[in-house]
Design a binder for this molecule. Structure first.
Ligand code: B12
Ligand code: SF4
Length: 476
């Protein structure tokens, strides 16, 4: 007898701007669900995957099991879907970060919850469904889980939906433990583990379109692991993007090695321009880094920066928004995301703000980094939200795009990449619906492939400009 399991990524239930969101969601398939599918025996189980950001999760026919990935900001939608499917007679299991950090809340909405990574427990969940003895709680251990990650079932994702079909995780956790980050709440403070190289080679061999986005929390943190990965990637023709913390700029030659292995853009958590704030947030790696120097090193290596900035720390006054945009312009930061500080449940930041009575509410759908959900120290929640929106408005303006690209090598590539990143959102829905994604992907890859390494003349010129700016005073 064949059993049926439906795996759902619920939509972020936000009244604001679904169109803007779509481009973000359409970049990546739901890797966690494809991973669960990869852990499911092909014999005896039929698996269906639905990502509500690009398609409806309504699927006909009865299901033995419905698994729902639950992020903090999609928790309400996840609970609504759980109620719907339980009403139809399916067993429902909730898993992911939110149930792991708030198990009692999640358990009230499901037949079972899965805490932590699923690799070690998903097969047991399926067996218990078959035997009719599903337990209430399954806890997947972190240590050792990296070695159990299967090949994701990419054949089950919607083939028209995603710009980057091959997302991968090569290591789990991170050597750091910043107060505001989800890392400690899900993986624990000390956990950081690399996947076996043979498994990565097998997964990379499946890449048929030359594009990968590594979703590791901090891909470059473990130099030995990253260099083993570079060796596999070099010469493969794969161009990739990933996340890395600022300390990577201090290892001589490391970024050049990353470039030679296909790295073209890194997501970098600058968070705050204030070293004091970074120290207080337990992110000393940032406090110890000269940001302008780090930006120059990324650019010298030909790697574009996708900066991440957070507003609302206790040291932030209303000038933080303008100063931050100005910093991105001065340091040629091509793409960036701005976030309102959000106390994710289970983090040190949440515990502290809750103890201080500064949380405004527990409406998780607004814990999405676009809303102020706590009382900031040096401005009102309304000022924080307005400043965040204004920072985006400034950053996405053509004036800012041109300023940030001015004087850089390969300006056409950068401007094309930048305009696509910030201006084509309204086109995204028709691109997905009309099946134009393969075409969009080819253009994206071509732009990414253009050489961005500066010649020695540009490097010298940049240093001269920088030392003049340094003499006039630095943002840091
Ligand atoms: C890729 C990504 C995205 C993609 C998601 C694309 C997609 N289709 O999945 C995009 C860019 C769209 C995105 C958006 C957002 N994201 Co995001 N994202 C990530 C990122 C970098 C990787 C997630 C991932 O795929 N990991 C790999 C998979 C294999 O691991 P996993 O998801 O943890 O799954 C494992 C377990 O959790 C468990 N599991 C997961 N689901 C289920 C379900 C069941 C049934 C079971 C049994 C087990 C299980 O088993 C899996 C295998 O072990 C994480 C950071 C990170 N490194 O995890 C942030 C992260 C998850 N995002 C976060 C946030 C805040 C957001 C946004 C709100 C940001 C924003 N302002 O837009 C939105 C909201 C999304 C939503 N719908 O609610 C936070 C979540 C915080 C929290 N407490 O929930 C994270 C942790 C980033 C951070 N450092 O703060 N994100
Ligand atoms: S360095 Fe980045 S991924 Fe690591 S704990 Fe800090 S914020 Fe999280």
């Amino acid at each position: 007898m064949t059993r049926r399991v439906l795996l759902i990524l619920p939509a972020l239930q936000q009244s604001c701007d679904r169109v803007f969101r779509l481009i973000k969601y359409s970049r990546f398939p739901p890797l966690s669900l494809l991973t669960l599918a990869g852990l499911t025996p092909r014999d005896g189980w039929e698996v269906i995957v639905r990502d509500e950001h690009i398609e409806s999760s309504e699927v006909s026919g009865p299901f033995d099991l419905v698994g729902i990935q639950t992020y903090v900001s999609s928790a309400h939608r996840a609970y609504a879907l759980a109620a719907l499917w339980r009403g139809r007679g399916a067993k429902v299991v909730l898993g992911g970060i939110h149930p792991t950090t708030l198990p009692e809340e999640a358990a009230a909405h499901a037949d079972a919850i899965c805490l932590g990574p699923a690799e070690a427990v998903w097969p047991a969940i399926l067996r218990d469904v078959e035997a009719g003895c599903l337990r209430r709680v399954y806890r997947g251990p972190c240590v050792g889980s990296a070695g159990l990650v299967p090949l994701p079932r990419r054949d089950l994702m919607n083939p028209r939906g995603y710009l980057i079909r091959h997302t991968m995780v090569t290591s789990r956790g991170c050597p750091h433990a910043c107060d505001f980050c989800y890392k400690s709440s899900f993986w624990g403070r000390d956990y950081h583990e690399a996947r076996p190289l043979a498994a990565l080679e097998r997964e990379l061999a499946e890449v048929d379109d030359g594009l990968v986005f590594f979703l590791d929390d901090n891909l470059l943190a473990d130099r030995a692991h990253a260099r083993r990965l570079f060796a596999v990637l070099r010469g493969s023709g794969i161009l990739w993007q990933a996340a890395g913390s600022l300390d990577v700029t201090r290892t001589p030659g490391y970024l050049d090695e990353a470039y030679a292995a296909g790295c073209r853009s890194l997501f970098v958590g600058f968070e705050s321009l204030s070293p004091e704030t970074m120290r207080l947030q337990n992110k000393p790696v940032n406090a110890a880094t000269d940001y302008a120097d780090a930006c120059r090193r990324f650019h010298d290596a030909g790697i574009m920066i996708n900066g991440s900035f957070v507003f609302g720390f206790d040291g932030d006054g209303q000038d933080v928004f303008e100063r931050t945009v100005e910093f991105t312009e001065r340091n040629h930061i091509l793409t960036a995301t701005f976030h309102i500080l959000t106390p994710f449940p289970g983090t040190a930041t949440f515990t502290q703000l809750e103890a201080d009575g500064r949380l405004l509410h527990r409406d998780w759908s607004r814990y999405d980094t676009d809303h102020a959900v706590f009382r900031p120290r040096r401005m009102t929640p309304e000022q924080l939200e307005a400043g965040h929106q204004e920072a985006y408005r400034q950053f996405l303006s053509y004036r800012s795009i041109l300023t940030r690209n001015r004087g850089l090598p390969a300006p056409l590539k950068r401007i094309a990449y930048n305009v696509a990143w910030s201006k084509v959102d309204p086109l995204w829905v028709p691109i997905v619906r009309s099946g134009m994604m393969p075409f969009a992907k080819r253009i994206f890859r071509r732009v990414l492939a253009m050489d961005t390494r500066p010649g020695p003349a540009w490097q010298q010129e940049e240093r001269a400009v920088d030392s003049a700016a340094g003499a006039a005073g630095s943002v840091l």
